[in-house]
Ligand binder design. Structure first.
Ligand code: PLP
Length: 437
């Protein structure tokens, strides 16, 4: 498409069936994603229908987004009802739906006094946490303070904004974007000793994911939580959790860190938490909570977002979170996790090393060496995770790669027994075929 004058003025309004989605994507959409060659046109619960009419069992949920599956009744109703009433209202004014949602976060999810900010994505929520940590230190220690460093973990993922890539502990997201935002230090995940060595008077905050998602489904250990909390008290820094992927019910509790620490004898509470992804079930929304004692750091004029916390977004989030609360969805997460674990424990494949994770954020870890003997793998030039995700998709099951060797299952939190059984059967058959059986 080289001559813009050749584009008819009305083209945007038409859906020209003679042009394939693949062609349109190639011609007009920025090529910043590596995409699987498929387009979906309809979804219902845990199922998606592709343009060619084929049905897929979706255990990716838009990468942990569609908490109640595709187009759940409660979301459709909230969109229609609130959409007809008031869609957008500036943050120049009070917004009742925002206040109600903030109350739900404070009283039902966190069960701790605090204040909530709403935005539009996970990266934005984390940018807010970074600003909070710096501003809180500035307020407390004065304008000349050098207490502005945020410590994060290796293999972490915190988003694609300039703040997000600076905070992310993976080189690949930073390449080519220098100069990066300064003031970040990455320490090995689950290494309390190195964390202690990294902290000093310049540390404003420690930020980590209780369960790393993009980094390969790695769960923080109680020892790591405990050391981070001790350092918080010793060095007067903020302990902040990125629950963008593992929060809002995905682990079987409102708070991922509480699920992880359950029964460990360690109890740690953060000073601030970020959410996005499943928070509004697929309506774009991010948010963060900050404990009351630090909330004043972000006073009037310090932070904001035009679209953050619109009546529509908040009404949809309230409907989704309310359904999770009322419909026994958190208990379902735990029950389906044990059903999956029980089934997979009986599997015996050399290419499958381990099943790890928490709740319905599960990672099948592939054995790189054993993958070497899978027919077609070496010639494919793909990573083990992408190769297996492709094979599962061809069999009708959608999953997500995490790093080079982990295949993630992120089904809707209200997934049924029958859907879990079908996914287990499909994935077992895929691994059997790849194993030459
Ligand atoms: C833990 C975590 N934090 C932040 C983000 C960024 O969220 P978003 O893509 O909504 O900006 C992600 C996205 O995958 C994530 O998994």
């Amino acid at each position: 498409m080289s001559d813009p004058s050749s584009i008819p003025a009305s083209v945007a309004a038409e859906d020209d069936a003679s042009l394939s989605t693949a062609q349109l994507m190639h011609d007009y959409v920025l090529g910043n994603y590596g995409r699987f060659p498929i387009a979906f046109e309809r979804g219902e619960g845990a199922w998606l229908w592709a343009e060619d009419g084929r049905r897929y069992l979706d255990f990716s949920s838009g990468v942990a987004v569609c908490a109640l599956g595709h187009s759940p009744r409660v979301m459709v109703d909230a969109l229609a009802t609130q959409g007809a009433k008031l869609i957008h209202c500036s943050n120049l004014y009070w917004v009742r739906e925002q206040a109600r949602l903030a109350r739900f976060v404070v009283e039902t999810m966190m069960e701790r006094p605090g204040k909530v900010f709403f935005c539009n994505s996970g990266a934005e929520a984390n940018d807010g946490l970074i600003k909070l940590a710096r501003k809180r230190a500035w307020e407390k220690y004065g304008a000349g303070t050098n207490k502005n460093v945020v410590i994060t973990c290796k293999q972490s993922f915190h988003g694609r904004t300039l703040g997000g890539i600076a905070a992310t502990g993976q080189e690949k997201v930073k390449i080519g974007f220098d100069p990066l935002l300064p003031g970040f230090l990455h320490v090995p995940f689950n290494d309390p000793q190195t964390l202690r060595e990294a902290v000093n008077e310049t540390t404003a905050a420690i930020l980590f994911e209780p369960v790393q998602g993009e980094g390969g489904i790695n769960t923080a250990t109680p020892e790591f939580f405990a050391e981070a909390a001790k350092l918080r008290d010793e060095f007067d820094l903020l302990l902040m959790f990125d629950e963008v992927q593992c929060g809002a019910g995905r682990t079987g509790d409102w708070c991922g860190w509480r699920t992880v620490l359950e029964g460990s004898g360690v109890a740690v509470e953060p000073d601030a938490v970020s959410w996005a992804k499943g928070f509004a079930g697929g309506f774009p929304m991010g948010s963060f909570w900050v404990a009351d004692e630090h909330a004043a750091a972000l006073g009037p004029g310090t932070h904001g977002s035009t679209f953050g916390g619109t009546p529509l977004a908040c009404a949809v989030a309230l409907a989704v979170l309310g359904e999770i609360e009322k419909a026994g969805v958190l208990a379902n997460v735990k029950r389906q996790e044990s059903r999956i674990r029980d089934a997979v424990a009986k599997w015996d494949f050399a290419i499958l090393r381990e099943l790890r994770g928490v709740g319905l954020m599960l990672g099948f870890v592939l054995d790189t060496e054993a993958m070497g003997s899978v027919a077609g793998f070496a010639e494919s030039g793909k990573t083990p995770s992408i190769f297996v995700v492709n094979a599962a998709r061809e069999a009708g099951l959608l999953t997500v790669p995490a790093g080079e060797t982990v295949v993630r299952w992120l089904p809707p939190l209200n997934v049924t027994d029958a859907e879990v059984d079908e996914a287990l059967a499909l994935f077992h058959s895929v691994l059997s075929t790849l194993s030459g059986r």
